[in-house]
Design a protein around this ligand. Sequence first.
Ligand code: SF4
Length: 338
Amino acid sequence: MGESEPLLSVRELRVAFPSDRGTVQAADGVSFDVAEGEVVAVVGESGSGKTVTALSVLRLLPRTARISGQVLFRGTNVLDLPDKKLEALRGDKVAMVFQDALAALNPLHRVGDQVGEAIRLHNHKISAKDERARVVELLTSVGIPNPAARSREYPHQFSGGMRQRAMIAMAIANDPDLLIADEPTTALDVTTQAQVLEVLAEARARTGSAMVIISHDLGVVAGVADRVVVMYAGRVVETGTVRQVFHHPEHPYTAGLLATLPRLDDRARRRLARIPGQPPSPVDLPPGCPFHPRCTLASLPEPCADERPELRSVTEADHRSACHFAGALAARPLEAGR
Ligand code: SF4
């Protein structure tokens, strides 16, 4: 691998599922890179293809999925890896933190045993004593109080936030190079969300791993991500650094997502804007720009309904948008969401 080669490079990823209503095109030519140690947030509403994209990295999709493109991890295409090599990669070099910790943890096994199993899977020779010590060390590192005692408890005896911490402990058990966190805070209250994000950031800092964090909420990723990939209808519609995307969004969909965020400085307590309408059905995408039926650009210009905009660089090379009017949005005010 060359010096500047990304840790992860997703190239033209396409994922489709057959369904009774037709082919569901869940990801449609998704490309992005993640550098060593970098945090990339993949953001979009439900159905945008963000989770399918994340699951593709570890080939965790159902067998019915038709996948094409490349998912290069350190230059090796994960989509072509034989099963044995894929198993060696999972949980070792690349680890996942799932959205629903209760579903991801085995209810019949003690939490400590499950963390221990994650260690043993890639370190067969570890002694029982060392494994126990490592479990306690990991549970301590994610802020679980009384870790030795709590390691003997079952998942249902943990609160939602504590279960998520235990899952993070399992994910970092083998010092992965890449953590994939799929909506890691969605099921949690706001205070616990902040704590879990902090634990994730600390865990990442300790292992030096890169992270892909999936979220429907731009606000959640603002404080943790270096770069943002915004997805809509299975495609990347905007990508750039946090500064570029948050301060100068170049796609009306991103601007709409940002407008839905509450602002601390909003003394007048205005009602939050929302993006009008619903995301399109993935079996029946509209022609042209898939966002055009919802776009709040004041007067919808000509090519939007029949020409699909390609992702292209806007003012800076690493800030890209798939909008016909990227670079000129400031001159075309957006209507507030209805
Ligand atoms: Fe809106 Fe047209 Fe840009 Fe699509 S291409 S986001 S419809 S302005």
